[in-house]
Design a protein around this ligand. Sequence first.
Ligand SMILES: Nc1ncnc2c1ncn2[C@@H]1O[C@H](COP(=O)(O)OP(=O)(O)OP(=O)(O)O)[C@@H](O)[C@H]1O
Length: 283
Amino acid sequence: MAHGLAGGVGFGPLRCCPSASSSPTTVRPTLDALPRRSLRVRASASPPPAAPAIEVRDVGLSVTTRRGRVLPVLKGCSLQVPPGQLWMLLGPNGCGKSTLLKVLAGFLNPSAGTVYINRPCSYVFQNPDHQVVMPTVDSDVAFGLGKLNLPLNEVRSRVSKSLDAVGMLSYSQRPIQTLSGGQKQRVAIAGALAEASKVLLLDELTTFLDEHDQMGVIKAVRNSVAADGEAAALWVTHRLEELKYADGAIYMEDGQIIIQGDVATLSSFIKKKQARYFGHFEL
Ligand SMILES: Nc1ncnc2c1ncn2[C@@H]1O[C@H](COP(=O)(O)OP(=O)(O)OP(=O)(O)O)[C@@H](O)[C@H]1O
């Protein structure tokens, strides 16, 4: 069940990102923590736009190969994902998508730059069999709540609500091994929602899913973040057709963010690129 990266950085199967103290990420300060003067300035102006749920500034990451060569994997990456939205991260193989997601999750330390991310934050792995750790659906969703010391009725309520959000409430007593790949993904997402995650980081979840499950999982994530209003999701994908479910998107190449923003602009940018490089360009 353990996972590892080529450079020897390893992490376990936990869905929760490491705590802020052990990661390079920064917890956004609450309003109470702001100096009084900033509060007065804000109160006299029109309401400020909501702070991004994820904000990355000039993040770089280099790895050292076995031969001692320093290889830049991420170069000056900056991005913002607003709360209440699902954004997608796209780009050709090897451009750095998964590495960037692992930096956001705190699994990898950036060599440069800053990451602000709302917490709690959950990372959901690509392979559905790496997500689920308990024998039944409801016990798996409740698993991550153990550390929160909640009363039993609160645990039950959170489990039911999050299973409902991903369309799996009627499966709550089912043994995990009887579920399809897509159903396991939904259970993993329900686990993250039950923990009241404010950021969901989702790494190519639909790789193992058929088209029906694929769209079902994306819609479940989108509905959940939209309903919460404060939560945001960043979804790594290779599939252009998934873009239609996103509120915004980011396109990377060679460790850099090339374009980010609304789906229509990004989609047309990528399609033009594909047309130009058809045969040389895999997305
Ligand atoms: N620890 C490491 N040692 C050497 N190279 C690495 C290491 N980690 C990442 N890389 C390289 O960095 C680049 C980006 O990898 P990453 O997995 O982030 O890309 P990706 O965009 O997610 O790719 P894919 O779409 O194929 O999953 C790749 O060329 C990869 O080989």
